[in-house]
Write a protein that binds this ligand. Sequence first.
Ligand SMILES: *Cc1c(COP(=O)(O)O)cnc(C)c1O
Length: 396
Amino acid sequence: MDNPAQPRNFQTIVTHADADVDDLSNIAPSIHPTTTFLARDALDFAAMATEPRHPRYYTRYGNPTHQRVEETLARLEGAEAALVTGSGMGAITATMLALVTGGDHIVAQQNHYMGTTKLLSELLPRFGVTATFVDQTNPAAFAEAIQDNTRLLMLESPVNPLLHLTDLKAVADLAKGRGVLTVVDNTFATPINQRPLEFGVDVVVHSATKYLGGHHDLTAGVVAGSKALVERIWGTHILVGSVLSAFDAWLLLRGLRTLPLRVRQHNQTALAVATFLANQPGVEKVHYPGLAAHPQHELARLQMPAGCGGVLSFQIKGGYQETQQFMSQLKLINQAVSLGGYETLAAHVAAMWAGTLTDEQFRAAGVEPNLVRFSTGLEDASDIIADLAQALATMG
Ligand SMILES: *Cc1c(COP(=O)(O)O)cnc(C)c1O
């Protein structure tokens, strides 16, 4: 792109991409907390009512504050269009319901965000949509699972909680040859580290609740892809009704202003923390694609050239009890679900999922009772490491 008004540099995109959308006289964007918009005249009303994704008709259909953040997100993902939703699950559900119909088949991964797994294994089957779950680390497994009625491949990379990767180019290539659409959940990587559309994937979805928002203060989702696909998904989204509030759209845009800076720091700090943990006798194993010892490190370098993101996981030497003991010794680092914010959060995975997964599902997900998921925040790396070191020192 030679046009200097269309910069490709991430930090320039998040600073300027929304500028042409609305209220040009403002530097800080306006918030439009209105459900409906006045038409200038009868002709204008007729146009507003019929144009898809009109930003000033009815807020469930679109809103100027949404439009500004959508413009920025589309540019970050290198997409023709983007759509914001009220949550990541809102984005994923609208995408699935738009792209498949009763009798269709989906190939998905054995590991996904839990809500996605439940959508594919419990909700969609009630409407006659079936899914096969394959080992994401083996592209051939996707090819083998494709049936005559397969319409969609659902991908997610890196994935919770063991940070397995999917070879997005390999899987997108085999889908294209068969006329099957590919969707990837890009939440963990963010567009700063990984741009799935460049690998031939059709649709990117996000939980913007995580890194895109970045401050643990909003719930939102994103869909990005070609104009035609995003418009099709929008048609379902307005029926699903997972609408982002204008205030949260504004907060999301504010979060995006610093996304490249934050992700760069998350990449560095997570690598430092993972390297530290890998050398501790009290730690059995560390899972982080940025470590040379990760089985998919080479793929990580090709697919996420800028870095591997802020999430890692590790196993404490011992079992459930020892892990509980370790967690209870953390002082600076707080325990909570979710990830991607400015503050480091740790979660004992077996405790987090005890109410939702059976023992069999735990084994299938590869989750050991001593696994800790770690979302590295923006505190100084040395302070995070010092807290981990003092907690490990109490373990004896
Ligand atoms: C959190 C998350 C979701 C769901 O997003 P919500 O905003 O909580 O609805 C989907 N995918 C991934 C990878 C997530 O981490």
